[in-house]
Design a protein around this ligand. Structure first.
Ligand code: CUA
Length: 195
C-alpha cells in the first residue's frame, strides 16, 4: 500500500504526540504523586462506625470559640445533618465516607471538598456571614444523590462556655485550644489532642 509522504509525516507526528501525552500522564501520576485532596489521612471505610472519632458525629466548640465539625457522608445523608458553627472563627471540618465518593459543598461559601472512602478530608474555613447555608453533595453517589443535603447554620459566637443546640465543649480545655486553634495541617494527631 502506498502512503503519501505528507500523510506519513502526519501519522508519525500523531504517534509522537500520543507518546508524549502518555509520558506526561505517567510522569505526573508517578513523579508528582497524584493523590486525593486533603492531607492523605487514611481510615478503613468499613470501620467508620466503630472509629472513636467518626462514631460520634458532632460539633465541638473550643474555649477560644473556634469549632471542630466531625461529620460523615453516606448514601444518602450527612451526619450530623445540621451543624451550628460560629461566625468569624476558624471552623475545622473532618469528614469521611463509609461507602462511596460524596461531596461536601457549603453552598455560597468556599467550603467545598470531595469525600473519598478510605480517606479523611480535613479543611478549615472562616464563615464571615451568619446565616443558613445548604450543604450539597456534589458527587453523583446513587439514586437519591439529589436528595442528599445538609445545613450549616452560621451564628454569632456565643459567650464563653455557652453552647448551642448540637454543640459540645471540646474535652481537655486549654490543651485542645493550644493544639487545635491553628490550621488543619497543624493538627497532626487529633486523636491525641482529645485525650
Ligand atoms: Cu452523596 Cu451525591
Amino acid at each position: 500500500m502506498k502512503v503519501e509522504l505528507y500523510e506519513r509525516i502526519w501519522m508519525y507526528l500523531a504517534a509522537v504526540m500520543i507518546a508524549g501525552f502518555l509520558a506526561v500522564m505517567i510522569s505526573s501520576s508517578v513523579a508528582h504523586a497524584i493523590h486525593p485532596p486533603s492531607h492523605v489521612e487514611t481510615i478503613d471505610p468499613a470501620k467508620v462506625a466503630a472509629d472513636p472519632d467518626f462514631s460520634r458525629p458532632r460539633v465541638e466548640v473550643r474555649p477560644d470559640g473556634s469549632a471542630l465539625v466531625v461529620a460523615t457522608a453516606e448514601m444518602f445523608a450527612f451526619k450530623p445533618e445540621t451543624v451550628r458553627v460560629p461566625r468569624g472563627r476558624p471552623v475545622t471540618f473532618r469528614l469521611t465516607s463509609p461507602d462511596v465518593i460524596h461531596g461536601y459543598q457549603v453552598v455560597g461559601t468556599n467550603a467545598n471538598a470531595m469525600l473519598l472512602p478510605g480517606y479523611v478530608t480535613q479543611f478549615t474555613v472562616v464563615f464571615p456571614r451568619a446565616g443558613e447555608y445548604l450543604v450539597a453533595c456534589n458527587e453523583y453517589c446513587g439514586l437519591a444523590h439529589h436528595l442528599m443535603q445538609g445545613k450549616v447554620i452560621v451564628e454569632e459566637p456565643r459567650a464563653a462556655g455557652q453552647l448551642g443546640p448540637g454543640q459540645q465543649a471540646a474535652p481537655g480545655g486549654g490543651e485542645v485550644a493550644a493544639h487545635g486553634a491553628g490550621h488543619g495541617a497543624e493538627r497532626a494527631d487529633p486523636g491525641e489532642a482529645r485525650r
